[in-house]
Design a binder for this molecule. Structure first.
Ligand code: PMP
Length: 337
């Protein structure tokens, strides 16, 4: 669990670990005005490692330590789209471990470069489907098995991931809204954030509507709406969408689902930049666009919470680059004069 490590009165935080979590819940003013709802974003990009995955990384590491699986100088191995690896590498530095990260070569150069700068051993691999034994997640599991003194973080199926969100993100949202929350909306990669928060909120109030957001190219929208695992199209977003139901997602409440196209997600992150001054990543575009659609479906007067997962800084050469977007058949939004 992601423990609160300091009494609040001291004003002092216990290192990197103590700085994870307790992020602001930001009212998105323009979108709230547009919808007549309170659209609120949990500012996970403000975690010390820069993303929502700091919480999962910390929860996984602490449970591994508690179980005696990690000794000083040991290695944490993980397959990741980047953010979990970044969080884990910060934590490994802070706690005396090595980090070995397997990442698909389709992920942004910013994330891969950052992992190397932080000191992780990084292995980039071709992006192949999960059923292929050389898929980055499966490969990371094998490397962990073959490396002495190593643990496999296994974020997709290790329930320490969603427990971290059940124990920290969920309670923070409940407290920050004073229990006045009508809907929770999030896309899922591992499912840890969506499921951990959804399970916690439903326990506080079963009427909280839990809405799964999904990009194209992922099978979770169809899973949530008709139970099949089928996908159509593709997405430039990173870290979200899946072809399977992970252990972390299994059993999570899903009341509704929203699929968001990349062009819509792009329009959303540029609006967040120009209207709110928030510089954010692509999965945020999916989340916030889905929150706006949820507001439309529920009608005015509701409070809807979603996640601002990471910063736009991690995607400057992609989402914020007109030529890169054009190469993907997407248009960079144009700012109104
Ligand atoms: N957004 C980004 C940018 C991510 O890296 C991730 C993690 N893969 C998510 C969203 C989804 O989080 P989770 O793994 O908890 O479903």
């Amino acid at each position: 669990m992601v423990a609160s490590t300091q009494p609040p009165s001291t004003g002092i935080t216990a290192g990197f670990v103590g700085a994870v979590g307790n992020t602001p819940l930001i009212r998105l003013n323009a979108l709230s005005a547009l919808t007549g709802c309170e659209i609120l974003g949990k500012a996970e990009f403000m975690n010390p490692g820069g993303s929502v995955k700091d919480r999962a990384a910390l929860g996984i590491l602490l449970e591994a330590e508690e179980q005696g699986l990690l000794q000083p100088g040991g290695t944490v191995v993980e397959g990741t789209a980047g953010n979990t690896g970044i969080g884990l590498t910060h934590l490994c530095n802070a706690r005396g471990y090595k980090a070995l990260i397997v990442i698909p070569d389709t992920q942004s150069a910013e994330k891969i470069g950052l992992l190397r700068s932080l000191g992780a051993e990084v292995r980039t691999v071709p992006a192949v489907p999960y059923r292929d034994p050389n898929n980055y997640v499966r490969l990371s599991g094998r490397i962990a098995e073959e490396t002495s003194g190593a643990v496999w973080a296994n974020q997709f199926d290790n329930l320490a991931n969603r427990r971290a969100h059940y124990n920290s993100t969920g309670p923070e949202i409940w407290q920050q809204t004073g229990g006045r929350i009508d809907a929770w909306v999030a896309a899922t990669g591992t499912g840890g954030t969506y499921a951990g928060v959804a399970l916690y909120l439903k326990e506080q109030n079963p009427a909280v509507r839990c809405v799964l957001a999904d990009p194209h190219g992922s099978a979770l929208y169809s899973w949530a709406t008709d139970g099949s695992l089928t996908s159509e199209g593709s997405s430039i977003t990173e870290g979200i969408g899946n072809s399977r139901v992970t252990a972390n997602l299994e059993g999570a409440p899903v009341d509704d689902a929203v699929r968001v196209a990349d062009q819509q997600a792009l329009a959303t992150i540029y609006d967040l930049l120009w209207q709110e001054g928030l510089f954010l990543g692509g999965s945020v575009g999916i989340n916030v666009a889905a929150a706006v659609e949820t507001a439309r479906r529920m009608g005015p007067g509701h409070t809807i919470v979603t996640v601002l997962c990471d910063s736009g800084d991690r995607y400057r050469s992609r989402l914020y680059d007109a030529a890169w977007l054009a190469g993907k058949g997407l248009q960079q939004p144009v700012r109104a004069a």
